[in-house]
Design a protein around this ligand. Structure first.
Ligand code: AMP
Ligand code: ZN
Ligand code: FE
Ligand code: FE
Length: 274
């Protein structure tokens, strides 16, 4: 049987509800033999995932999903096969997480101003194992406290861009995110381009050293996949794919939704060696 991979997954080291053990068990049940753990702005979930994967013989490749912003749009840059102990990367990730904590304090303040006064920083931070705290955690608490009826409403009412408790993150551009991954010896890939909507910037991202496009993603129509396959070929980019599963937080995807041939992982490995 040919090997299958999922190159976009999250754990509770960022904003998934899944522990590394649960993630790996689900991967095993779904016949996956290779996984990239791509938590938001942290690499801390990788080692425990490797530990959990050992008994199933599942390969874990180094990954991350870096937040960035350009022209007011949030852009996610996936990084693969980099040195996760790289000094400058470690410093940058620490800085990004500190900014996330400060931002969370501001969002909680804003909610207080809107009459929701019973949310404490500690309980939001308790939902993740690291400092990579974000809006999904706050949405979960808003729901728990009965301030909204569900997770989606938390974004619609308060947390989405333009809503009254929204606070933007930090001003790292996608070009800087790409540079960071490159400096750490890895490959930068544009995450879910069909959701991000910055196709016009792809040529400049390629010039900046971006090496791939995440073409295979849940809930994307065939013709859109075909379009991005074409774009990847045109720019000589690697193609990746993954479920972007977040456990219970993201209801419209789960582990097993996207399984890509292992040959694409081998292409990543070849590219990073070159
Ligand atoms: P943060 O990194 O704190 O800005 O949170 C970003 C995450 O929030 C994204 O990765 C999504 O999982 C989630 N998210 C962003 N916008 C929405 C939305 N409108 N509805 C539901 N989830 C969202
Ligand atoms: Zn996430
Ligand atoms: Fe993303
Ligand atoms: Fe993601």
């Amino acid at each position: 049987m040919s090997r299958l991979a999922d190159l976009h997954t999250h754990t509770y080291y960022s904003d998934s509800t899944l522990s590394p053990q649960e993630l790996i068990e689900q991967a095993h049940q779904n016949g996956l033999s290779c996984l990239a753990v791509t938590d938001h702005d942290t690499v801390e979930g990788i080692a425990p995932s490797m530990e959990a994967a050992r008994k199933y013989g599942i390969e874990i490749i180094t990954g991350i999903e870096l937040s960035s912003e350009i022209h007011g749009k949030e852009v996610h840059i996936l990084g693969y096969l980099f040195n996760r102990e790289h000094g400058f990367l470690t410093d940058q990730l620490n800085r990004m997480q500190d900014v996330r904590i400060e931002r969370m304090k501001t969002m909680i303040e804003k909610l207080r101003g809107l009459g929701i006064k019973n949310i404490e920083l500690e309980e939001v931070c308790a939902l993740t194992k690291t400092k990579s705290v974000g809006r999904p955690h706050l949405a979960t608490i808003l729901k728990e406290k009965g301030a909204v009826s569900d997770y989606t409403q938390a974004f619609e009412k308060f947390l989405a861009e333009g809503r009254p408790a929204y606070v933007s993150k930090f001003k790292q551009t996608p070009y800087e995110a790409i540079a960071l991954i490159r400096q750490a010896g890895g490959l930068a890939v544009l995450a879910h381009p069909m959701l991000t909507g910055i196709d016009e910037l792809i040529p400049s991202l390629v010039k900046a050293g971006m090496k791939g496009l995440e073409v295979y993603y849940p809930n994307v129509p065939e013709n859109v996949i075909y379009f991005y396959e074409g774009l990847a070929k045109k720019h000589h980019l690697l193609m990746t794919g993954g479920s972007d599963a977040h456990g219970d937080i993201k209801k419209n995807t789960r582990i097993g939704r996207i399984k890509i041939p292992y040959a694409l992982v081998e292409q990543l490995k070849e590219a990073v060696r070159a």
